[in-house]
Ligand binder design. Structure first.
Ligand code: AMP
Length: 369
């Protein structure tokens, strides 16, 4: 399968090629031909890191009329970081095609600058829901020409508390546009959004568990509670140069583990809600440029951070929700380069392990570290 056989035009293919995107990923194969041709709604259950930005981005760009200055495409994303990343990718995809102008708007930055940026011709807006509602209230954005609305990481938007904003925006756009929803998981509040704001005949694809099985090895190791830290340290010391993320359930646990690993001379830092944005950015920069090897995080702190392709993900504490297990594990593994999702368990965790295995239909192997 090639991008050209999916219906992508040559200028886009040239740009993709430069980004080393040569062969469509499963979510791209299943989304692109449909989104390029059909004028209906679309629902994809696909974990992060599977190439969904291109899966919706390329068809979105193809639907834009570059000679009209109006906003024709709207992408909603949970965080500033994801929004900026999506806008950047869209920009790169159009390197060899007619220019299409994308603007990212998000909270935590001055709204005035964004308002004046939107006065220039803009065909696609990538927005966090809160900031978009602010802009709508100020009459600073005109969505009346929007033909396509994309909800990227819809489950994350809801778990970040954007339900009110999201429904408000969807009320504004439903019926006049096609809505394309991408979500790693399908919790009840996503199902409610689908029911209330999307066409009953929306086309659905699921990518999830296949990737979870094919690209990721799931393993667990059992220790006594008092040996757990040493087992983790042993595993980390054996991982040589490999980068990985270590998940805890609570902020306190993440902070404590950070201190413990640093005390063992490991290159580790924890991100959690008590850090200033500046401190957090610094840690994330270090992790991305690989001067920091291990990143400890809670599920909440990990939201929206753009880190994937990791050699491993370690669950120092199992998550309460299966959805979190998918989000955590989705950060490791990629076609051709199998990732590792390793759980550090004590006896009391076995029930939750069975539950995860059952729910996700994945094979989980017991190993000794
Ligand atoms: P996304 O899931 O859209 O955040 O994409 C994750 C990463 O995979 C990005 O760095 C993309 O550039 C890359 N990517 C997307 N599609 C492909 C593909 N078909 N082949 C190789 N890499 C890809």
């Amino acid at each position: 399968m090639s991008f050209s056989s999916l219906g992508i035009s040559q200028p886009f293919i040239k740009a993709l090629d430069e980004l080393k995107i040569k062969k469509p990923s499963p979510v791209q194969e299943q989304s692109i031909p449909f989104l390029l041709t059909a004028g209906t709604d679309f629902i994809a259950q696909a974990p992060t890191g599977t190439g969904k930005t291109a899966a919706y981005g390329l068809p979105l760009l193809a639907r834009i009329n570059p000679s009209s200055p109006h906003i024709q495409g709207l992408v909603l994303a949970p965080t500033r970081e994801l929004g900026q990343q999506v806008a950047k990718q869209l920009f790169k995809f159009t390197k060899y095609s007619e220019k299409i102008f994308t603007e990212a708007v998000y909270g935590g930055a001055k709204i005035e600058a964004q308002i004046s940026a939107l006065k220039r011709p803009t065909q696609i807006v990538v927005a966090t829901p809160g900031r978009l509602v602010d802009l709508l209230q100020k009459n600073a954005i005109d969505l009346s020409f929007v033909k396509t609305v994309v909800l990227d990481e819809a489950d994350e938007m809801l778990s970040m508390g954007f339900k009110k904003e999201l429904t408000r925006i969807l009320k504004h756009t439903t019926g006049k546009t096609n809505t394309w929803l991408f979500s790693a998981t399908m919790p009840p509040d996503i199902k409610a959004i689908i029911k209330d704001y999307m066409a009953p005949d929306a086309h659905r694809v699921t990518i999830g568990s296949d990737r979870l099985n094919k690209d990721i090895a799931h393993q667990y190791t059992i220790t006594m509670a008092e040996d757990k830290l040493d087992t983790l340290v042993k595993f980390l010391k054996e991982s040589k140069e490999d980068r990985g993320m270590i998940f805890c359930k609570t902020k306190v646990a993440a902070k404590t583990l950070g201190k413990q690993l640093i005390a063992k001379n490991l290159s580790a830092e924890a991100i959690h809600g008590d850090l200033l944005q500046k401190e957090r950015d610094k840690i994330m920069r270090a992790f991305k440029n690989e001067s920091l090897q291990f990143l400890i995080a809670t599920d909440i702190a990990a939201r929206g951070i753009d880190v994937k392709d990791l050699s491993f993900v370690a669950h120092y504490e199992l998550p309460d929700q299966v959805e979190y297990y998918i989000h955590r594990s989705g950060r490791t593994g990629r076609a051709g380069n199998k990732g590792l999702s390793l759980m550090f368990l004590t006896k009391g965790d076995m029930k939750q392990l069975d539950f995860i295995q059952e729910k996700l239909q994945i094979g989980i192997d017991k190993v000794r570290v």
